[in-house]
Design a protein around this ligand. Structure first.
Ligand code: ASP
Length: 586
């Protein structure tokens, strides 16, 4: 037999192959010597096929098989036969068949693995990543790689049909405006100068619009040198797109089409479109966040009016200073006194709330609460005017503070309640658009405005006459199950507006010219109106595969510390390399 040959994948064997001679090749998942017969589970990326060797029929083959261990790479020729009834394995795609081996060669041997592949979920992350090529052999990881590939294919197919051009943009780039720290690459030829790896292709895609490309997309690698947070990677992928002569809804429609094509490909299902479009103000008011998880209720209510003439000093002073009292009603749940104390502690310790008040009710509607004597006697009826479904079996939780602080706490509390009380359905994808974001965000520490999206986002009509804090952006995010899947905006396409927005951001004309001069220059040569969006590909795949960690959807991810224990990077370089780059390590 020649060393290896393959005529079909293991997982593809069905009754059409019965009694046919085939060639298989792959890894030994396990080998069992049953005295009479030797069984090998042969694995490739499609599944497992059982091989059987009978020493009585071919002793030489059996002796060779006995030297085989798990994870050896072997290649076999054999005939597909039916398994005997008692050996049928219904859990296996190919469980009705086995391969009667006629010839076998050992292509590559394997040492015992550093950990058992079927135990990988219990193994330390560093070990898994050190041997990532072993980790990726697992069925779960192979499935993920296939889903990721299918999703990207669906995206490409859809966008190319919609007349988008796929265009690559440079990796050796310059600082871009997403606001994270750049990864820098020293230039050898330009002494003392550095490239920056792109945080996103934002500027290039806008310049592609200036180039007349009209519709661009790219599966883009983006790099942000941020301190590691859960489910962030220093390099990640975006489905990045940009279009000319469009309004917000044009970009949103295309984005919905992209997601729908992915859903059709992966789940064989369509999404219910169009997705709801909710304004930032409305979403924040109801959910205390711009990434609402709308798989469950527990919306926030404004109870400020009910406390307007309260005798409770703390509440009074919040309200007198323009703050608000927000409420979440947890329906029909029995809280013991110690449960309530735990929630208060959670809100103050973990959510940094100034306090959490709770109000339960007796059957007749009278309030049971540590602040009961400060509540109006008709509190239940008053509250029911706001929460019309309120019953005495419900419990109300209140937070009082500046509007945004109180609502943020309530938003996080809402998510915690939902988790704790099992209100979230795992099989739902609840997507929506959040629109009309504020253009700017005030930073109390630095005492200046930052762009909530990025500085090229167009302000909404009439912005010139507004206080900067009131200006709305032509920006939109797409949110699914409480996670931001992507965000984009209509861009500024005239120089005058761009310079004014830079001014609001505290970027002087000089600085703007230094950083983005090429963009401002492009504004002077006929720049079409344009807009776009970027969807986080890794997050999308996490959502689809229900992965808990972003590392589970990237073939070769980095650890929290930024290192890759497999290829051992980052690593030191030779002094010659440093010298070439005119660098010295201090
Ligand atoms: N470049 C933006 C980002 O990475 C997305 C966009 O505005 O299209 O967040």
């Amino acid at each position: 037999m020649q060393e290896f040959r393959r005529s079909v994948y293991c997982g593809q064997i069905d009754k059409l192959f019965l009694n046919k001679e085939i060639f298989l090749a792959g890894w030994v998942d396990n080998i069992r010597d049953h005295g009479g017969l030797i069984f090998i589970d042969l694995r490739d990326r499609t599944g497992i096929m059982q091989l059987v060797i009978n020493p009585e029929k071919n002793n030489e083959l059996a002796e060779k098989a006995k030297t085989i261990r798990a994870e050896f790479v072997i290649s076999v020729r054999g005939k597909v036969i039916n398994r005997t009834k008692e050996n049928i394995n219904e859990n296996l795609k190919t469980g009705k068949f086995e391969l009667n081996v006629l010839d076998l060669s050992i292509v590559s041997k394997s040492k015992p693995l550093p950990y058992q592949l079927d135990d990988a979920d219990n193994v330390d992350d560093e070990l898994r990543l050190k041997y990532r090529y072993l980790d990726l052999r697992r069925e779960k990881m192979q499935k993920m790689l296939k889903i990721r590939c299918d999703a990207v294919f669906a995206v490409r197919e859809y966008l190319i049909k919609k007349e988008f051009y796929e265009i690559e943009t440079p990796i050796l780039s310059k600082s871009t405006p997403e606001g994270a720290r750049d990864f820098l690459v020293p230039s050898r030829l330009q002494h003392g100068e550095f490239y920056a790896l792109p945080q996103s292709p934002q500027i290039y895609k806008q310049l592609l619009m200036a180039s007349g490309v009209d519709k661009y997309f790219q599966i883009a690698k983006c790099f942000r040198d941020e301190d590691f947070r859960a489910n962030r990677q220093p390099e990640f992928s975006q489905i990045d797109l940009e279009m000319s002569f469009v309004q917000e809804t044009d970009v949103q429609d295309i984005c919905e089409g992209v997601l729908n094509s992915v859903w059709e490909k992966i789940f064989n299902k369509t999404l219910k479109l169009p997705l709801p479009r909710l304004s930032y103000d409305e979403v924040f008011f109801k959910f205390g966040t711009d990434k609402p998880d709308m798989r469950f209720g527990l919306e926030i209510n404004d109870f400020t009016n009910l406390f307007e003439s309260t005798k409770l000093k703390f509440l009074k002073s919040v309200i007198d200073n323009g703050g608000k009292v927000g409420a979440i009603c947890v329906p029909n749940k029995n809280f013991s006194r110690s449960d309530l104390d735990k929630w208060v502690k959670f809100a103050t310790d973990r959510l940094k709330a100034k306090g959490l008040l709770w109000i339960g009710f007796a059957e007749d509607g009278s309030a049971l609460s540590s602040i009961a004597k400060f509540l109006p006697t008709n509190f239940f009826l008053e509250a029911r005017k706001i929460i019309t479904s309120l019953t005495p079996a419900d419990t109300i939780f209140l937070v009082a503070d500046k509007y945004e602080s109180a609502w943020r706490v309530l938003g996080r509390l809402r998510n915690e309640f939902a988790k704790k009380f099992d209100l979230i359905s795992d099989n739902e994808f609840n997507m929506c658009w959040v629109t009309d974001f504020p253009l700017l965000e005030w930073d109390d520490e630095q005492k200046r405005y930052f762009a909530k999206h990025h500085p090229f986002t167009a302000p909404q009509h009439g912005w010139e006459n507004l206080d900067p804090s009131k200006i709305k952006a032509r920006a939109y995010d797409i949110v699914c199950n409480g996670e931001e899947l992507g965000g984009g905006s209509i861009r500024i396409h005239d120089k005058k507006t761009q310079i004014k927005i830079f001014e609001l951001l505290g970027i002087s004309t000089k600085e703007a010219k230094e950083k983005f001069g090429f963009l401002l220059q492009a504004h002077e040569f006929g720049f079409p109106p344009h807009g776009g969006i970027a969807l986080g590909l890794d997050r999308l795949i996490m959502l689809i595969t229900k992965a808990n960690s972003i590392r589970d959807v990237i073939a070769f991810p980095k650890m929290q510390s930024g290192i890759c224990p497999m290829i051992n990077t980052p690593s030191v370089v030779s002094s010659k390399q440093l010298k070439d780059l005119h660098l010295k390590i201090i």
